[in-house]
Design a protein around this ligand. Structure first.
Ligand code: AMP
Ligand code: ZN
Length: 113
């Protein structure tokens, strides 16, 4: 657990969330400020600050993160969905514990803003 990390506190059960999935490595929960009818986050329980610091040792975990995010979207009857990982302040990252956004349920434009 990283000090003062919001998502580590969520993993530790110190902040309540609406959970969609939990296993030994990952937690998925509803985003508190949804940007689409379906918007949830999938995070590794282990603290990783973002994609800017991942390495070969994290490859299996990141692959699982993507697979579980897609499976949860499909289980939610979302044939079209968007998987997003913001990395760095200019890319819109506000919580520095790696997280995958899963968005669905409305038309989405490309490129994103
Ligand atoms: P990002 O801007 O990519 O770092 O995404 C951070 C996301 O975390 C935002 O979509 C927030 O709405 C979401 N968020 C922040 N605090 C909470 C919380 N307590 N529970 C659920 N989602 C949260
Ligand atoms: Zn953390």
């Amino acid at each position: 657990m990283s000090d003062n990390c919001l998502f580590c506190k969520i993993v530790a059960g110190q902040i309540p969330v609406v959970k969609l999935h939990e296993d030994d490595e990952l937690l998925a929960f509803a985003d508190i400020n949804p940007q689409a009818p379906t918007h949830f986050l999938v995070i590794p329980k282990r603290h990783l600050s973002g994609m800017g610091t991942v390495g070969p040792a994290d490859e299996a975990l990141i692959g699982k993160l993507m697979r579980v995010g897609a499976e949860l979207a499909r289980a939610n009857n979302a044939p079209s969905f968007r998987l997003v990982i913001n990395n760095g302040v200019e890319a819109g990252q506000t919580v520095f514990h790696l997280h995958l956004h899963v968005l669905a349920g409305r038309p989405m434009r490309w490129p994103p803003g």
